[in-house]
Write a protein that binds this ligand. Structure first.
Ligand code: SF4
Ligand code: FES
Length: 213
C-alpha cells in the first residue's frame, strides 16, 4: 500500500509514496507537519494552519502530497493558471498542468517525470537519477518562441515505447532558475537521458537501445 490518508480538524492530507522523489521539501520546510524517521504516524495535519498545510501540497513537485479542506471549500488539485514543465538540473521534469498520462486524467496536477532513463517507476521519477549520477543542465537555451493563445488547459503525456515523452497541450518549458525557454503546444521530451539537445528528444534513444514501455 503506497497511499496514506490522514484527516485533521480542518484539512485532510493524502500521501502517495509511489510518487515521492524524496526531495524532502516537506520534511525540511514543515517539520512540524511531516516528521520523518519516527515510529507510527508521521503526518500531522493539525500542527500548522490550513493555509500552510495547503501550501505543502502546492510545493510538492511530484504530486505525492495532496490536501483538501474538510468543509469542501478547496483542495490542491485545482489545475494551474499557467501550465509549466520545469527542467530540474540533474533531475526530472516537473510538470504542473491539468494532467493526463496515457490519456488517463491524474488526480494531482503535478508530477515529476523521469528524464534520466533509470527510474523503475516510469514515466514517473523515483529518485534513481541521484544514484545513477545523471548529469544534465537545468538551464537549456532559450528558444525563439511565440506567446501561447491559451496558457492552461489539458495536457496529455504519452510515453512512446522505447522513446520520448510526447507531450500535447499548452505548455511553457521553464529552466531551473525560472526562465521560460520555450512555449509549445506539442513536443517530444527526452526520457532516455541520452539526447544531446535536452530537454528535447533528438533520436538518440534509437542508437542507445533505450528500452521502456
Ligand atoms: S516529493 Fe513531495 S512528498 Fe516527496 S519529499 Fe518532496 S515534497 Fe515531500
Ligand atoms: S528519448 Fe532521449 S533522445 Fe529520444
Amino acid at each position: 500500500m503506497t497511499e496514506e490518508t490522514v484527516k485533521g480538524r480542518e484539512v485532510t492530507i493524502r500521501f502517495d509514496a509511489s510518487r515521492c522523489i524524496h526531495s524532502r521539501g516537506c520534511v525540511l520546510g514543515h517539520p512540524e507537519v511531516y516528521v520523518p524517521n519516527v515510529q507510527g504516524e508521521w503526518i500531522h495535519p493539525d500542527s500548522a494552519n490550513a493555509e500552510t498545510v495547503m501550501m505543502t501540497a502546492l510545493t510538492c513537485p511530484s504530486g505525492a502530497i495532496r490536501v483538501s479542506r474538510n468543509d469542501g471549500t478547496g483542495d490542491s488539485d485545482t489545475p494551474p493558471v499557467v501550465n509549466i514543465v520545469r527542467v530540474r538540473e540533474n533531475g526530472p521534469l516537473a510538470i504542473e498542468a491539468e494532467l493526463s498520462i496515457r490519456g488517463e486524467r491524474q488526480a494531482a496536477p503535478r508530477a515529476t517525470l523521469c528524464r534520466c532513463g533509470q527510474s523503475q517507476n516510469k514515466p514517473f521519477c523515483d529518485g534513481a537519477h541521484a544514484s545513477a549520477g545523471f548529469a544534465a543542465t537545468g538551464e537549456p537555451a532559450t528558444k525563439d518562441f511565440s506567446a501561447l493563445e491559451v496558457r492552461n488547459g489539458p495536457v496529455n503525456v504519452q510515453p512512446l515505447p522505447n522513446g520520448p515523452l510526447l507531450v500535447m497541450g499548452n505548455l511553457e518549458i521553464v529552466s531551473g532558475t525560472g526562465r521560460t525557454t520555450d512555449k509549445v503546444t506539442k513536443t517530444a521530451l527526452c526520457r532516455c537521458g541520452q539526447s544531446k539537445n535536452k530537454p528535447y528528444c533528438d533520436g538518440s534513444h534509437v542508437a542507445t537501445g533505450f528500452q521502456a514501455e
